[in-house]
Design a binder for this molecule. Structure first.
Ligand SMILES: *Cc1c(COP(=O)(O)O)cnc(C)c1O
Length: 215
């Protein structure tokens, strides 16, 4: 058990591969924040649900790898992007965010596992990128995100989550005002919450097992 107030951790429902109807079921229960990884799939769902009168207003988070040729659509469809791992992507999102929308909330994805193949900023480059991103117009830098190595055992998972948490604390000591630590998925959310997560991204535990053949 972890002694943290319930409201200090928010739930992002990861709806990738599930249809708009499944999102609507959760929306009717009061869940409003949904995460998607694939732009085309997300766009279809977002449009369909925006045109569904009985659907409450939803907040969409992009959590998948961001390709530069997709930034324009991402900047207009989403309220949050958790997976910014290069300055160039942040610059494109900043210049392409439509002026009539609120600033796009940004999390920098950090590679905490040390594997070269993983996406995310190297921990050593986070401070410099964060200070530049924080000054870009039309964006609001809100914090950090990590996807740890799924094969890691408890202590190594903790090590990765705590690295991300301490990086965010360090950034806040440099004068940034970051409040969001996006860590934890169905398999490791308890460890992530114990390590300071403020936002868990949960797919399987809510929607069931994904079937990628539908995509
Ligand atoms: C798919 C996905 C999730 C959800 O994972 P589950 O194990 O189904 O809870 C969370 N975060 C990211 C970045 C994902 O791609």
């Amino acid at each position: 058990m972890v002694n943290r107030p319930v409201e200090s951790v928010s739930l992002l429902a990861v709806s990738k591969t599930f249809p708009a109807e499944a999102v609507l079921d959760f929306a009717r229960l009061g869940q409003t924040a949904f995460g998607e990884n694939y732009l085309q799939e997300a766009e279809d769902k977002i449009t369909q649900l925006a045109d569904t009168p009985e659907c409450p207003t939803l907040t969409w988070h992009f959590i998948g790898p961001v390709q530069s040729n997709k930034t324009k659509s991402i900047a207009s469809l989403f309220a949050w992007v958790h997976s910014v791992d290069r300055l160039k992507i942040a610059q494109r999102l900043s210049s392409q965010r439509p002026a009539e929308l609120a600033p796009l909330n940004i999390l920098l994805q950090v590679n905490t596992s040390g594997e070269a193949s993983k996406s995310g900023l190297n921990p050593a480059e986070v401070e410099e990128v964060a200070s530049t991103v924080a000054k870009l117009p039309n964006l609001s830098l809100r914090g950090l995100m990590t996807i740890p190595n799924p094969d890691h055992r408890e202590e190594d998972l903790q090590h990765e989550f705590l690295m991300c948490k301490s990086l965010m604390d360090k950034l806040n000591q440099t004068g940034l005002h970051l409040d969001t630590l996006s860590m934890g998925m169905s398999q490791d959310l308890e460890t992530a919450i114990a390590c300071g997560s403020t936002c868990v991204r949960v797919g399987t535990a809510l929607f069931g097992k994904r079937d990628y053949s539908n995509r």
